[in-house]
Design a protein around this ligand. Structure first.
Ligand SMILES: Cc1cc2nc3c(=O)[nH]c(=O)nc-3n(C[C@H](O)[C@H](O)[C@H](O)COP(=O)(O)OP(=O)(O)OC[C@H]3O[C@@H](n4cnc5c(N)ncnc54)[C@H](O)[C@@H]3O)c2cc1C
Length: 357
């Protein structure tokens, strides 16, 4: 079975910081007030508020949406995806939960609202909740009200955090001697929660393509191609959620149904899926969102192939039914025998969970 983990982003960041320091990373907490370039346009130093100038050979830009090094100092353009993905703001309202009493879902719930969608992500002691919306269709005040109505009494008195988001990608994630990772390299709305995945991919690809001091441009090119491939696959898959919608009851959903710019590759796939179920098997590298993911969205959206695959005609109906029955029976058995998710987490981690923040 495929699976994913829920990670408390705050705890994960603390864990990684401690791990890195223990392994010899020199950690300086300060504000970068200026970025100094050498005559070739490489970054040579970061000027900080209290710790003086910091020199380096390779710089990783982790400054979030500001893109302090990559976009501001090195002037690498940011390519917006706003013509196909209209959401540009998020509101977050975390809620505490009492996991001893409540069942924790082992999945995120995304619910469409008038001008976007909400996430409900359960952790052990709290849930992450957010409304991702388009400011072209609703004001921040009205969006917060709509979101509070959706959350009900549990959110009363809990402060909401408003977050402007820039959806798109820094054209080249690696420029000169600077590699942008995380929000500085790009962001696609969290409908499939791929932020940490992209950070991991960026780090792994940097390790795999780590340069020597000559910074051979072909290594950079390869890295950038790899990152772009992932971003475009993810962007296409998120656009797919919107452009196949049946909804047209609000201006936001109407715009998504009729007026998004559909990326070329997605357009081709949509045509292909009219002829047959998704099939990415022929591709050189399997993308993050492949056959299975596309089938889940398309079938739920009733975007169905016009004919069945010819090779299916050669299967016996009886065989097919036997296979489907087997799957269904396995699911019923698993459901009967497995503990619920809260119970499972408690058994796995015991007291550590109750004590964690
Ligand atoms: C609304 C929303 C929902 C998300 N949901 C998910 C999800 O479900 N799953 C998932 O995997 N990911 C998700 N993400 C993505 C995830 O949160 C981010 O990928 C991750 O937190 C980004 O980390 P970052 O380091 O790139 O940016 P940030 O967390 O923004 O960190 C940037 C840091 O740079 C610092 N900084 C900026 N300027 C300076 C300066 N001049 N000097 C010194 N420091 C500076 C800032 O203080 C900040 O600490 C979501 C993101 C958003 C916005």
């Amino acid at each position: 079975m495929r699976y994913g983990y829920y990670l408390d982003a705050g705890l994960l960041a603390t864990y990684l910081r401690e791990k890195a320091i223990a392994r010899g990373v020199h950690h300086i907490v300060d504000d970068v007030v200026d970025v100094i370039l050498d005559p070739q346009g490489n970054i040579s130093q970061l000027k900080t508020e209290k710790s003086g100038n910091i020199s380096g050979e390779l710089f990783i830009d982790c400054s979030g949406f500001r893109g302090l090094l990559i976009n501001q100092a090195l002037q690498e353009p940011f390519d917006s995806y706003s013509d196909s993905l209209f959401c540009d703001r998020a509101i977050a309202i975390p809620l505490s939960t009492s996991s001893e009493k409540e069942e924790i879902n082992p999945y995120t719930t995304a619910t469409a609202l008038d001008s976007g969608w909400t996430w409900h992500t359960p952790l052990y002691n709290r849930s992450g909740n957010g409304y991702v919306y388009s400011s072209s269709f609703i004001t921040p005040e009205a969006a917060e009200q709509e979101f509070r109505n959706h959350l009900g009494a549990a959110a009363e008195g809990v402060e909401a955090r408003h977050i402007p988001i820039r959806v798109g990608k820094t054209r080249n994630a690696w420029v000169k001697n600077c590699v942008s990772i995380g929000l500085s390299s790009g962001f696609i709305e969290p409908l499939e929660s791929i932020g940490i995945f992209l950070i991991e991919q960026g780090i792994q690809a940097l390790v795999d393509n780590f340069p020597d001091k000559s910074f051979n441009p072909i290594v950079r090119k390869r890295y950038n191609k790899f990152i772009t491939y992932h971003y475009e696959n993810i962007r296409d898959f998120i656009v797919l959620h919107y452009c196949t919608t049946q909804r047209e009851d609000t201006p936001f959903w109407k715009a998504n149904k009729y007026h998004p710019a559909i990326p070329e590759n997605l357009q081709e796939n949509l045509e292909l899926f009219k002829a047959m179920l998704p099939n990415f098997d022929l591709l050189e590298r399997p993308p993050l969102f492949g056959d299975y993911s596309y089938a889940c969205i398309l079938l739920e959206m009733k975007y169905l192939p016009e004919t069945s695959l010819p090779r299916l005609d050669y299967l016996e109906q009886e065989e097919i039914e036997k296979e489907l029955d087997l799957i269904q029976n396995q699911a019923i058995k698993l459901k009967q025998n497995l503990p619920n998710h809260s119970q499972y987490l408690q058994d796995l981690h015991g007291a550590n969970l109750t004590n964690s923040k």
